[in-house]
Write a protein that binds this ligand. Structure first.
Ligand SMILES: Nc1ncnc2c1ncn2[C@@H]1O[C@H](COP(=O)(O)OP(=O)(O)OP(=O)(O)O)[C@@H](O)[C@H]1O
Length: 260
């Protein structure tokens, strides 16, 4: 019987920056569609570098990363554009266009799919795309703020808009780099809950870096831990086991790779 290929395959990935800093050493993991993977580890352990390498915002020094069997790292410009169309990014700093309306920011999420018709003045954008953008905004609970300027919203609201913009892409994978780091604890929980809920609803694979262990345990279905660029933890959430990953933040190295 043939085994189905995992959605995301990270194979023996190493990254050494031109400065000589080793950020990742031989990281390997297979991630299935729909998993909510939380990347854990100290500052500087390599989480962002791994996440950015999955989106090819960084090129790796050796190894490769495959999405649905296709190399992300070796893809040519055309193939990379195709992969990126269905790849959502959520960043700590929201990256909205501050002077545009909330609605226009969400509409821009469709840019990869409909580059010629995303203008709000285009007739198609005035019907189907606009309705889709409104649905995405409603899903994140901000339909009533569609006409507001993006920079008039609170941080938590802006991150919700970023999630609505990401939904416009209809992504199959979302890469979230510390999505709640700029938010207060309450807004952070709300955003994390929303991100995980929309991913679950649409069977999106979520890869998210997070510093809050308690939230990681609440919202992740799988935990990958890095220490000085090495993968030292890979565990699927399991109701029977009591997870404590505090050791990951201590000096001594303990290796727990229970998932294969
Ligand atoms: N562009 C770069 N050039 C040189 N070194 C880099 C670059 N980006 C990251 N690094 C280094 O690579 C290592 C891993 O950094 P990375 O940002 O991936 O860690 P992180 O776990 O995401 O940290 P944090 O939790 O602080 O965001 C660190 O030593 C960092 O200084």
């Amino acid at each position: 019987m043939s085994k189905t290929i995992d959605m995301l395959q990270i194979r023996d990935v190493s990254k050494i920056f031109p400065s000589g800093t080793t950020a990742l050493t031989s990281v390997t993991a297979d991630i299935a569609q729909g998993e909510a993977v939380i990347l854990l580890g100290h500052n500087g352990s390599g989480k962002s570098t791994l996440l950015r390498s999955i989106g090819r915002l960084e090129t790796v020094t050796s190894g490769d990363i495959f999405i649905e069997g296709q190399s992300v790292q070796r893809a040519n410009a055309k193939d990379l554009r195709k992969i990126r169309k269905r790849m959502g990014f959520v960043f700590q700093k929201f990256n909205l266009i501050p002077t545009l309306s909330v609605f226009q920011n969400v509409l821009f999420g469709a840019l990869g799919q409909h580059p010629f018709i995303v203008s709000t003045f285009h007739p198609f954008a005035n019907s189907s795309l606009r309705a889709q953008a409104m649905n995405c905004l409603d899903r994140v609970g901000l339909g009533h703020l569609a006409a507001s300027r993006a920079d008039q919203l609170s941080g938590g609201q802006q991150q919700r808009v970023a999630i609505a913009r990401m939904l416009m892409q209809d992504p199959f994978i979302v890469l979230a780099d510390e999505p709640i780091a700029s938010l207060d604890p309450k807004a952070g929980i709300e955003v994390m809950e929303l991100l995980v809920d929309v991913a679950r609803e649409k069977n999106i694979t979520l890869i998210c870096t997070l510093h809050q262990l308690d939230l990681a345990l609440s919202y992740g279905t799988r935990f990958i831990g890095l220490k000085q660029g090495e993968l030292v933890l890979d565990e699927i959430k399991n109701k029977q086991s009591v997870h404590s990953f505090k050791w990951l933040y201590e000096e001594k190295k303990k290796v727990v790779v229970s998932h294969v």
